[in-house]
Design a protein around this ligand. Structure first.
Ligand SMILES: [Mg+2]
Length: 163
């Protein structure tokens, strides 16, 4: 039986969310999931986060848990950090100084460890959950840290508890 849901509902658990595909639906284009300009130089000038919709199960969870123990760790190679942080504040109330960025997945476990060491020294790693839709990122968290991991669909499994 999966025990991460219980852990996510304990008040002192620290939750580290991925952003794209976790706190957004990843439907950035008009007729495609990827924005049609992705992989072009012009993509850097497009705020794909302006139209993002709040994902209600995640929003309800974050409201209930409080943002003091919620952080975001996002891969951002396109220079969209500021637009992404603005969206996370607007849709979820997550403060900009809780949003961290890395150029590649391999930076995620390092950032996660640094957040815990800096802001929650002494906290048991068993009280930290990293949530990501990328199996590459989930595997890195599992192999390189002692934190717990979850895929964002866990919030859909428990959607009726999140109203
Ligand atoms: Mg993702």
């Amino acid at each position: 039986m999966n025990r991460v849901w219980e852990l996510l509902n304990e008040a002192d658990t620290v939750v580290l969310f991925d952003v794209d595909g976790t706190l957004t639906s990843y439907n950035y284009g008009e007729y495609h999931a990827h924005h049609e300009l992705d992989f072009t130089p012009q993509f850097r000038d497009v705020n794909i986060y302006a139209d993002c919709k709040r994902l209600l199960p995640m929003y309800n969870y974050i409201q209930k848990h409080g943002t003091d123990r919620i952080f975001c760790i996002s891969k951002e190679p396109h220079g969209h950090e500021q637009w992404k942080s603005e969206m996370l504040g607007r849709l979820y109330g997550i403060p900009a100084d809780h949003c961290f960025y890395t150029l590649g997945y391999d930076g995620k476990p390092v950032i996660a460890q640094r957040i815990i060491d800096d802001r929650f020294p002494g906290l048991s790693p068993e009280k930290v959950v990293c949530i990501d839709d990328s199996d590459t990122a989930l595997e890195m968290y599992m192999k390189q840290t002692r934190f717990r991991t979850a895929h964002p669909m866990i919030f859909m499994e428990h959607i009726t508890e999140l109203v």
